[in-house]
Design a protein around this ligand. Structure first.
Ligand code: PGA
Length: 249
């Protein structure tokens, strides 16, 4: 049985002063017994957010990490640094990182390996652009992203995959539940071929891209959608709480 996961992605939003009112408004402790909840916070908030989040049953994740444990990489943060703060998961390869910060399938693969070696959960983000969808190459793009990120791994460990069509992120234009289900089931079969059917059956695959309280139910009704990675709608405690409540039912 795969436990549903609702993960917020705060991106480059919020400061320390926002935390207390947010977590009071989230008031999610009741629901987090039935659904796992996580927030990927900016590096500056990892420690202060954890203090509030823990009381609400919410885990805090990072949004990015470097693959080397230490070194001359100004501005980067490593796996041991995340572990130092008690952070147990991180997004990897979010499309905004790929698009604006030149992340490639190769750097994503290095990050996945470093994170797994360090005992942290990678949330691997994959997704096709609008142009790729319109050209009918969605499945081959996603397959390539999943295969390259897992190349040479003996096991994906606790890896979670987030399918986020780039054209649906922050646009208010979500994929349909059927479109998402079709890609999710393809991802699960790629994982099954790479590792085993048991691994594929146990792996959580999240949908991301304009997920909100009005469309979350449709996504979660799909057999291969195990939760959501929520950007814009995770910034308002009330909206995020509603998504969590609907996922818990
Ligand atoms: P969105 O962002 O929900 O605002 O579309 C999702 C994401 O980028 O993870």
């Amino acid at each position: 049985m795969r436990i549903r996961l609702i993960a917020g992605n705060w991106k480059m939003h919020k400061t320390v002063a926002d935390l207390e009112p947010y977590f009071i408004g989230l008031d999610s402790a009741f629901y987090t017994r039935q659904v796992e909840v996580m927030i990927a916070a900016p590096f500056t908030l990892l420690t202060p957010a954890r203090q509030f989040a823990e009381a609400e049953g919410v885990k805090i994740a990072a949004q990015n990490v470097h693959w080397e444990p230490s070194g001359a990489f100004t501005g980067e943060i490593s796996v041991p640094m995340l572990k130092d703060l008690g952070v147990s998961a991180t997004l990897i390869g979010h499309s905004e990182r790929r698009q604006y910060f030149s992340e490639t399938d190769e750097t994503v693969a290095k990050k996945v390996r470093a994170v797994l070696d360090g005992g942290i959960t990678p949330i691997l983000c994959v997704g096709e652009s609008l142009d790729e969808r319109e050209r009918g190459v969605t499945n081959s793009v996603i397959r390539r992203q999943v295969l390259s990120a897992t190349e040479g791994l003996p096991s994906p460990g606790p890896m979670i995959i987030a399918y986020e069509p780039v054209w649906a992120i922050g646009t208010g234009r979500n994929a349909t539940a059927a479109q998402a289900q079709s890609v999710h089931s393809m991802i699960r079969s790629v994982i099954g071929t790479r590792f085993s059917n048991t691994v594929a059956d146990g792996m959580r695959v999240l949908y991301g891209g304009s997920a909100n309280p009005s469309n979350i139910k449709d996504f979660l009704e799909q057999p291969d959608i195990d939760g959501a990675l929520v950007g814009g709608a995770s910034l308002k405690a009330g909206d995020f709480r509603e998504i969590i409540r609907l996922a818990a039912n």
